[in-house]
Ligand binder design. Structure first.
Ligand code: ATP
Length: 419
């Protein structure tokens, strides 16, 4: 029986675009479809503006024609027979040629040749992602479902399309967990077993650090990340990436603190944008050993590793603070540490209020104070640069932070230098 998708969830603008693509396809005697996440989310009733179009035939040529009609730009990736069209309104659409894929070896990137939409859907990861919608004018909105994806979607099931799926592409293990958590679906039992078997066979050693890192980044960007991390622990996926990688027992509390830290920074630190990804990774890598070993296994960027690895050291600095610490002491203790680490520390539930107050004051106030006197000023006043300079300048700055001096003149007087 032919099944048509309800289109009332698509905005009129997107609907018009899809119709235009269908018409152009008809004119060029090409069958065209919107596929994957867009169709899945349309059926679920969730907005998705990632538009992937499958063309039976050459998608690159088709994308160029469409870019011309729209007055946009097309960028082709000839090796994969794909192209991206950017419209004048900056909306991007991806075009792929319907294809068959074969995997030369497990974990390797596939080799690609033209195929039908049905073949193209069968190469996909899960049945719920193997759905397409026809765009040709006389069948616009018709569902193409060769793998019982609609049935699985209605039953809340994540199901691969063949038994070697996780071995061909181990990133699908992470993807299965991500969709399961995002939609509160269930990975079917046979696939849970295949995930365990694939992990036991060591498939994670066959994929690049970058591909694993990307998948973990995707998971960290999801609202249901805690459920997904929990599921990864059930499959011992972290241990499979590296045996030293243990997730902290209080991960849920760390995750909540990370969310609060990111929100607080977006409101209170508008002049110093923080890297939210650093804070998210702080929930996963909590020991110096894991940061070093996993950082190297996943080829995490140096800057990220450096910011992660200050945590233990920073704990000492935080412990050195006391209720009576003066602003200059707070400044001196906290200044060496990255904002992300400090904002994260600020939101830890065990942080006493007085200490949180000091960290907050450093972040929102002390950090931005500019010294009234600098080295050039001293030279201009005839002083010869010397080792003592840094000392004097810090003393003047500390007095300023502690409210003992508030004008340049007072700072010179404090240093006993004639203006
Ligand atoms: P999301 O909402 O997570 O972005 P999506 O379905 O749009 O979901 P993409 O990663 O953009 O996900 O992939 C687009 C489509 O490409 C998927 O729906 C799926 O059909 C296919 N796909 C992506 N990655 C794989 C993979 N590793 N193996 C097989 N098919 C894949």
């Amino acid at each position: 029986m032919r099944e048509f998708l309800g289109l009332s969830n698509i905005s009129p603008q997107i609907c018009r675009l899809l119709q235009e693509i269908g018409k152009l396809g008809e004119g060029a005697s090409r069958s065209v479809y919107v596929v994957g996440g867009f169709v899945r989310d349309l059926l679920i009733g969730r907005e998705n503006l990632d538009i992937d179009i499958v063309v039976e035939g050459d998608a690159v040529e088709f994308a160029y024609q469409l870019a011309k009609v729209w007055g946009g730009k097309a960028q082709a990736h000839h090796q994969f027979k794909t192209a991206t069209v950017t419209r004048p309104d900056m909306l991007k659409l991806d075009f792929v040629s319907a294809r068959n894929e074969t995997y030369p070896s497990p974990g390797a990137l596939p080799s690609v040749e033209y195929g039908t939409v049905a073949a193209d859907l069968c190469r996909r990861d899960f049945s719920i992602n193997a759905l397409a919608m026809r765009l040709q004018p006389n069948a616009f909105g018709e569902l193409v479902d060769c793998t019982d994806g609609l049935r699985d979607l209605r039953a809340g099931r994540i199901r691969t399309l063949h038994e070697r799926s996780f071995i061909d592409d181990p990133t699908r293990i992470f993807r299965a967990i991500r969709y399961e958590g995002r939609y509160s679906f269930q990975i079917v039992e046979a696939d849970q077993q295949r995930i365990l078997d694939a992990i036991n066979q060591g498939v994670l050693n066959l994929i690049s650090a970058q591909r694993i890192r990307n998948e973990i980044d995707h998971i960290l960007s999801e609202a249901a990340a805690p459920q997904m991390v929990n599921r990864m622990c059930e499959f011992d996926l972290f241990g499979a990436v590296d045996p030293t990688w243990k997730i902290a027992p209080n991960f849920d509390a760390l995750w909540a603190a990370a969310g609060q830290a990111i929100e607080w920074a977006s409101i209170s630190l508008t002049n110093a944008p923080i890297n939210t990804r650093v804070i998210l990774w702080m929930t996963l890598l909590t020991s110096p050993m894991a940061i070093e070993v996993v950082g190297s296994r996943l080829a995490l960027e140096n800057q990220l590793c450096t910011k992660l690895s200050v945590q233990t050291h920073m704990e000492h600095a935080l412990n050195a603070l006391s209720v009576s610490s003066k602003p200059s002491e707070v400044y001196q203790l906290l200044n060496p540490y990255p904002l992300e680490a400090l904002v994260f520390a600020l939101m830890q539930p065990h942080q006493p209020d007085w200490r949180a107050g000091k960290i907050g004051n450093y972040l929102t106030h002390l950090r931005d104070v500019q010294p009234l006197v600098n080295g050039d000023d001293l030279i201009q006043r005839g002083l010869k640069p010397s080792r003592a300079f840094a000392d004097w300048l810090w003393k003047a700055f500390a007095a300023q932070l502690d409210g003992k001096v508030s004008t340049t003149q007072e700072a010179y007087q404090f240093l006993d230098i004639k203006k």
